[in-house]
Design a protein. Sequence first.
Length: 482
Amino acid sequence: MIRTRFAPSPTGYMHIGNLRTALYEYLIAKSKGGKFILRIEDTDQERYVEGAVDIIYKTLELSGIKHDEGPDVGGDYGPYVQSERKNDYLKYALELIEKGEAYYCFCTKERLDSLKESTEGGDVAKYDRHCLFLSKEEIEENLKNGVSYVIRQKIKEGKTTFHDEVYGSITVDNSDMEDQILIKSDGYPTYNFANVIDDHLMAITHVVRGAEYLSSTPKYNLLYEAFGWEIPTYVHLPAVMKDQHNKLSKRNGDASFQDLIEKGFLPEAIINYIALLGWAPSENREIFTIDELIEAFDLKGLSKSPAIFDPVKLTWMNGEYIKAMDKDKFYSLAEDELKSCVKRQDIDLKKLCGYVQSRIGTIKEIGSKVDFVDNLPEYEPSLYVHKKMKTTEESSLEALKKVTPVLEGLNKWTNDSLYNAMLSLISEMGIKNGQMFWPVRTALSGEPTSPCGASELAELLGKEDSLARIKKGIELLENALS
RNA sequence: GGCCCGUUGGUCAAGCGGUUAAGACGCGGCCCUCUCACGGCUGAAACGGGAGUUCGAUUCUCCCACGGGUCACCA
């Protein structure tokens, strides 16, 4: 059975690249009926951020990515927090020393630094294996005296080849690799070491992570071989970029999951969008629920090259979700935003909400669409001139003047009656539809565009306000023309 | 700098030796229409460059250019 894991370190927010990795890990497992595991990697005591673990839980939950095992739900391979199994790692490191695959290193920070400074010509110095050649006695002596030490992996000679599901076969010369540190002087394992141990202990079959780990993968392989463990399937993912040159990061692009939610994006739309950022379905389709993604997912669709995060397309997709949404559901989602924009009590917010639904990308856009309801904006008489509608300031003035008594005399103030009344006036006057509707719509909204037409606007605003707004329009035009 | 990876329209991308090189976002036009939007139709827009292999390269190989990653007691 396939088992994948998401292994974030609790250092604060959850950015989009991270979330996409979690999504793919979830999809890889679930598309094959496997398990998705959450593990918290907190071996770096200095970067730990309080509350970060809760952000991880919350983000996954909102996204619809459910883990089968983890610190909160348990499982047979726990604990799922690395700092809680600190001593296990040391045991495995000691085992490697026994086997001659690792060794104690007592070098001081100063010596290591001077090693780096001594290099020239742009070459970066590798550790010189000074401690590999220490005698048994020297090691014993140092240990007994409590000299601070780390444990290093002894990289053997030769070449290492590994296979990646998206990048194919990659071969690296072992001499390019450093004897990396497995256990730090504070006794905690490094990420690379803890990862190998835990992935093995938790029976992870597919190791999925960012492509930046591609170059350390050979070291992982050497570790698996040293232990005699089975090597997992590797799936490396290209980065999510902010632009041509920069990866997406909170500092530069503020596109963390939380930020997007606050900007009014729907979790389903975000998930849908990022699923398609770096993966393409075999079928030509854009809109997927997370369950449909599970159904459609296939490793073969993963791409090798980095993808630029495009907020414009995300907005489009979010709009698709809004349009497809049940009217009542959309209303309950938009209600708060709507109420903060429209203070008038006599407005049928549900109706207004319905008009707005097909016209926005995110609910934050509602405000700019309905501002005119509370206060008629100041506008220029030139707004009445519309080439396509064949209107001029003169024709608009006449239309508004003629329509006033008709509306005043109306006893039923509904969209239908308003529309029909205006229609018969139009035929009576022998003018084009637009020559009546455009000026009325303009007078009622004071905007070049509005979320609905003249009759619907009138119905929404009510008789008194509608007539007042038309009167204002007449005055504006009369002043302009005199 | 060494090593590794990548390169199809502005963006996401399909393609897997022979195609009029899909589709989506965005942009333009038309239709629909009481404005805008929705919806429908439509247009402009791409294989980084050079050598090979081949009857034939976007697809395979090599070189170059450009971009990214990595070289920590960070993950």
